[in-house]
Design a protein around this ligand. Sequence first.
Ligand SMILES: [Ca+2]
Ligand SMILES: [Ca+2]
Length: 224
Amino acid sequence: MRRPLAAAAALAALAALPACQKDQVVAPTLAVTCEARPGSGAAPLPVSFLLGVSGAEGTFTVAISYGDGATGTSPDASHTYTAGGSYVAAFTVTTASQSARCSTTVTVSSAPPPPANRPPDPVFKSTPDAAGTNQDRITGQAPLAVRFNLCATTDPDADLLWFSMDFDGNGRFDSEGTTGVFCRRDWTYDAGTWRARVCVHDMTASYEALHDDQCKVYTVTAAP
Ligand SMILES: [Ca+2]
Ligand SMILES: [Ca+2]
């Protein structure tokens, strides 16, 4: 009879415990903090985030809204803001039974516009030297061999240059091409007076002109 008595005593002891004992094991509160590093700067601005999570029961997942339309799930990943603006980056941390959210503001100033492309600085030379007020008159005895030389032309942006030359003044370029032989061309003139037009412009690597031609017109007089 002792065992049942002992069991009854144990039950009595349990019953004597406060009824709410089980409820007093309070679930920890999930708390989340977040910080942007840096919190401001000029675009494009790469930002790292410092996420602090406490009180999570078990594993948690993170849903990130960077405020610029981009989303993510990895708080360790940095995010680059490409345009100026004020962005609220929000982090939602979720466990099986908890959820908490924090947000932090990132202020991005607009990037300064890229410097405008500038035209080349043309340098027109000839052999024989041109004379006259505008250094544009070439004279000699026919057949008159003239070398037009624009090879000293430079571009402030180091763009490719395109040289075109109309030696006989008929409106059609007789020589066109980029740096190399095309910046320095020879033409032999028969007797007469000719208008030679030599031009240069800068262009992109895909040969799109960046500026209009800069030209010089020579009057070439070849005496018979
Ligand atoms: Ca240029
Ligand atoms: Ca021509």
